[in-house]
Design a protein. Structure first.
Ligand code: SF4
Length: 441
């Protein structure tokens, strides 16, 4: 079970005031949704000024991506990417289950900006797919939109895998270039945008401020259920650790598996792309796992590498051999049977393997191994002799403990009965605060 909690004091433009319920079309329209966009150039300028970043993992500037597709020539295709591959993340499934119209509004606006004549919603979650289909049946978004379900896999949401799957192939990454904006679905310039990015695009079309100043985050680890919430950029990791009830974590696993491990001395780092990058980490999709006192960073890293080795699409020889070798070495380290040659190999691989695979899986694996060595050298050295008491008691579990479930959303449609705004930062126009009541019939 994953808990959803709206933040106290902070704006929550995406999570909204009633995240446990499905937002109805009436509610979405009453809050200002699906407004026509008479000036797509001005909206693009607003996206750039707000510095909206992609929320799928890489954090690429959304305006640059939209502009690249628009200016490529031909008739583009737009894709709402809801395939949530990182094992610690639940935000995208929640968003599509609870606020399908917000996602579709963002997709329609992306089509208007780029000149696309068709769109896709790409995902694996069956509940979310049904909600999106219901929303499409309730209201025509103004362009043909297909819902395409794929098999869930770590690499299935990688943008070239998305294009390949939509074109009828397997959901596996391809070599770049070409990138989808150059040659995507059916050869057309294609925007593959994360669903949270599109939701924020829709909010930016209505509210000049606030829509890009927060991020959905999924917090896990410790004794509590995983928590989905929305926080401002700039929030220190320490604040999030306290919010999740692990005030003194032993380590922090960042971005799902994308951002590697941080040690507890880095808790003053803030949710800021540049700041996290300077520490060799990253926010990624916003999944953050706080390791409690009874979890060993070595065992968690071994779990993560085992998961990545199992999820490798086995297309690049360097990934097949490199990720598996790192997983086996870390498993040996966790069980206390790894020598110094093994840790020397880990150090060498963590430096030499990034950038050599066709997708980011190999990079994530190398960053995890490297961050363990960099931030926990004494723990690693101790593990050369024997497993620590924690690892001896709880051996690696092949990554199963790293997954979090999507939060439950009440399936019955809700009807908006009152609006009370504004809701966001001082000076911002904010999002509507809606009072919802169950539909009577
Ligand atoms: S890096 Fe690994 S997961 Fe990515 S495409 Fe190559 S083999 Fe597949």
């Amino acid at each position: 079970m994953t808990t959803i909690r709206t933040p106290t004091g902070d704006p929550s433009p995406v999570l909204g005031p009633n995240p446990q319920t499905v937002e109805s079309l009436d509610g979405y329209l009453a809050a200002g949704g699906y407004r026509p966009c008479p000036d797509t150039g001005a909206l693009l300028d607003r996206v750039a000024a707000a510095d909206l970043r992609g929320r799928g993992g890489a954090g690429f500037p959304a305006a640059t991506k939209l502009r690249s597709v628009r200016d490529r020539g031909g008739t583009p295709v737009v894709v709402a990417n809801g395939e949530e591959g990182e094992p610690g993340s639940a935000k995208d499934r929640w968003l599509m289950r609870a606020r399908p119209h917000l996602v579709l509004d963002g997709l329609a606006l992306a089509a208007a900006i780029t000149g696309a004549d068709r769109g896709y919603v790409y995902l694996s979650d069956a509940v979310a797919a049904e909600r999106i289909r219901q929303a499409l049946a309730e209201r025509d978004p103004g362009l043909p939109v297909s819902v395409l379900r794929t098999e869930h896999a770590y690499v299935a949401g990688e943008e070239t895998a998305v294009v390949r799957r939509i074109d009828g192939g397997p959901a596996l990454p391809t070599a770049k270039p070409p990138r989808p904006f150059e040659r995507g679905v059916g050869g057309a310039p294609t925007l593959v945008a994360n669903v949270e990015t599109l939701a924020r695009l829709a909010l930016l079309s209505r509210y000049r401020d606030g829509a890009a100043t927060t991020a959905l985050v999924t917090l896990s680890g410790g004794p509590r259920h995983p928590l989905l919430t929305e926080v401002r950029y700039g929030t220190p990791l320490r604040t999030l650790a306290e919010l999740h009830g692990v005030p003194q974590p032993r380590a922090v696993l960042m971005g799902g598996l994308f951002g590697g491990l941080l040690d507890p001395d880095r808790l003053e780092l803030r949710l800021d792309q540049a700041e996290l990058a300077s520490a060799g980490s990253g926010l990624g999709c916003g999944a953050i796992r706080f390791l409690d006192a009874d979890e060993c960073p070595v065992a968690i890293t071994a779990d993560a590498l085992e998961l990545l080795a199992a999820e490798s699409s086995r297309q690049c020889g360097v990934c097949v051999s490199g990720t598996r070798a790192m997983a086996e070495t870390l498993s040996a380290l966790a069980t206390g049977v790894c020598g110094t040659e093994g840790t020397a190999n880990l150090a060498r691989w963590s430096r030499g393997l990034p950038g050599r695979g066709a997708c980011g899986l190999l990079d994530a694996a190398a960053r995890l191994a490297g961050s363990l060595l960099a931030h926990f050298p004494e723990l690693v050295a101790a593990h050369l002799r024997r497993p620590c008491p924690t690892c001896a008691a709880t051996p690696p579990d092949s990554g199963r403990r790293l997954h979090v479930p999507a939060p439950d959303i009440a399936p019955g449609a809700q009807r908006l009965t009152a609006i009370d705004r504004p809701h966001t930062t001082p000076g911002a126009r904010g999002t509507a605060r809606a009072t919802l009541s169950p539909t009577s019939g």
